[in-house]
Design a protein around this ligand. Sequence first.
Ligand code: SF4
Length: 328
Amino acid sequence: MDTKVLFYEKKEERNRCGVCPHNCLIDEGKFGVCKVRTVKDGELIAINYGEVSSSGVDPIEKKPLYHYKPSKNILSIGSFGCNMTCSFCQNYEISQNRPSTQFVSAEDLIRIIPTIENNVGVAFTYNEPMMWYEYMCDASKKIKEDNEDTSVVVVSNGYINEEPLRKLLPYVDAMNIDLKGYTNKYYNKVCGANLNPVLETIRRCNDHCHVEITTLLVSDENDSLEEAKEIAQFIASVNENIPLHLSRYFPRYKMENEATKIERITEAQNEAKKYLKHVYIGNVGGVDNNTYCSKCGALLINRNGYSTKVHISEGRCNECKEKINIII
Ligand code: SF4
């Protein structure tokens, strides 16, 4: 359903949307880059309020979140629209097109969440949740008012302006943010966006909620050791405890490069580990994605596919009692 956009500026006959760094200037009947915000009768509106295109119950490790409520499930929902145009998008059917949807109110969500086994809350994911901003913000606030212990998770590309982000963050427990590369050239060419606003979002979110980062390593585009080093150094400058997930690219949508070589990903992991305490590999079977104590090396979390066993007591390593930055 339609709803008023919360952040905008009137410019005579036109409206400038203030939700994300594109800051689109939109004429009557036209849409912004995200294809969900338009001007109707002179007013800027979003057309996807409460409209759910996809839902499922996933292990939280699938988001991926490895250091937040390990071994739990999370109700995952998405709508449509995205403010990036990544050539390799895994979800282009809902990010770049308008799929069929079902309206789910915030009250519906509040009723459904506790009925799901081993479920910690809700994750806004699949398409770009910041493009579902008006609904996500309302629903998150109501979910937290109903039960502070219900987790709100956001899986995002991090391309959001400061003011809307700050309004949302009090209701968010954890985020996985894509850092798609470390050059503006890559962000411009492959994703239709800019790097700096994403770096700003990562800094801002780290001050307010649990953060993990995902980078899809695309062969011959962003899979150099130098770029892995820059990504890891940036994250370490924010917080060396932030887990980094280096994910393997496979050809998809408009991107035809070969699948990334596994050796490139393990080399990038080794490089990133020089700066970060926890670096994991995604989309590759048979790799060691366990979590070990960064002080004594003891096993903290054993992961076998999406089967997860946790060996932490009272937030500390069972062996050396080092305080562990994992939210149980
Ligand atoms: S949210 Fe959509 S309409 Fe608004 S600035 Fe971003 S891309 Fe443009």
